[in-house]
Design a protein around this ligand. Structure first.
Ligand code: SF4
Length: 379
């Protein structure tokens, strides 16, 4: 398989795997990025070759395009979400995760409804208009509990968006939460490739079910977010190309990506950390593939580089999600080692972020920061 850069046609041989493809030249890579911009899709083989060609010249080319596209779509606005990590109990045992159920060293906590409402109160004062309720899959918080919590937040803060990030549930539960007032749902798929999914998860978890949850969330009318880790053990450019294909099919409103960072008390403790440069490149390619995405510069990105969030914004991101959880529990929600911003009060985080974002020519806006299609979605 080879791009003929002079005639600008892309030749694909029958049954030639990506692993056998020739490394793209920079010229060929730029040509594919231009095509992605015009057509918003590439074949899986083309995307894998483009990802595999990751180099500084292509990253710069993609970044400049992505930022221009992001600016056309959302201006210089950066949306903030107040993240409330309300439980680090989880019944699942994902191999990469620091709060997996078999990690006996994790210092477990649960926030009460009152604690969570206090986080919202503080967040509202600081200018947050989206609250993200995130936690492990913790059966302590029953469906009724979550419904009651959503109703309370909806009543007290009618002008704020409520985002849930509480894992895989039955369709009926998602419907109840939506009816109670939840607007958005984040559920990272982590990898869209079946064989790779099995390397990262125990047998009782299935990619098919996870994807079905995402399709259900879309169908019910949530602004839906999926996402994946970059550089997780065993990941190849082919796997990442499958992520792009899945995202093209699902058309989520949000996509969260960040580098894989090993946690010392997991089976992946000794694995290599994911590359920040690759995350930045993929952020740009995501922005180019789907211009209207809400794309966070994640905490994991800030963890691997002191200017990770700023670099994420420059690569095409337009959302940041600072932590509103009480300082006393923040370092306990440790999905990976070394997580940043666990010691500062929410107000400090907020003003630190503001300075960082202004340093790259953007501004935090005080509004819900809905996806541009939100008004058209089912309510
Ligand atoms: S990744 Fe999510 S579902 Fe898996 S163990 Fe961690 S918190 Fe639980």
């Amino acid at each position: 398989m080879k791009a003929d850069a002079d005639s600008m046609t892309w030749k694909t041989g029958d049954n030639i795997g990506v692993s056998e493809c020739m490394r793209l030249t920079v010229k060929e890579g730029k040509w594919l990025i231009d095509r992605l911009e015009q057509e918003h899709e590439l074949s899986k083989a083309e995307m894998a070759a483009l990802i595999d060609a990751n180099c500084s010249e292509l990253r710069d080319y993609a970044r400049i395009k992505a930022r221009a596209i992001g600016d056309r779509q959302y201006g210089k606005n950066i949306y903030i979400r107040g993240l409330i990590e309300f439980t680090n109990y989880c019944k699942n045992d994902c191999y990469y995760c620091g709060i997996r159920c078999s990690n006996t060293k994790a210092d477990r906590y649960r926030l009460s409804k009152e604690d969570i409402m206090a986080c919202c109160r503080e967040g509202k004062k600081l200018g947050f208009r989206t609250f993200v309720l995130q936690g492990g899959e913790d059966p302590y918080y029953t469906e009724d509990y979550i419904v009651d919590l959503i109703r309370q937040i909806r009543t007290d803060y009618p002008d704020c968006a409520i985002t849930l990030s509480i894992g895989e549930r039955e369709r009926e539960s998602y419907e109840r939460f939506r009816k109670a007032g939840a607007d958005r749902y984040l559920l990272r798929h982590e990898t869209a490739a079946e064989s790779h999914y099995q390397k990262l998860h125990p047998q009782n978890l299935s990619l098919r079910h996870r994807k079905q949850c995402l399709w259900n969330l879309k169908d019910i009318g949530y602004q839906t977010g999926c996402g994946f880790m970059v550089g997780s053990p065993g990941q190849t450019a082919d796997h990442l190309a499958e992520d792009f294909q899945f995202i093209r099919e699902l058309q989520p409103e949000m996509v969260g990506i960040g580098p894989f960072i090993p946690h010392s008390d997991t089976p992946f403790a000794g694995e290599m950390q994911g590359s920040m440069e690759l995350v930045l490149y993929l952020l740009s390619l995501l922005r180019i593939q789907q211009p209207d995405l809400l794309l966070p510069a994640t905490t994991a990105l800030a963890t691997v580089h002191p200017r990770g969030r700023e670099l994420g914004i420059e690569a095409g991101a337009n959302v940041v999600m600072p932590n509103l959880s009480p300082v006393g529990v923040r370092d306990k929600y440790a999905l990976y080692d070394g997580k940043v911003c666990t010691g500062e009060e929410a107000a400090e985080c907020r003003s630190c972020l503001e300075r960082r974002i202004e340093s790259v020519g953007y501004r935090i806006v005080v509004n819900r920061g809905d996806h541009c299609s939100a008004k058209l979605m089912k309510s």
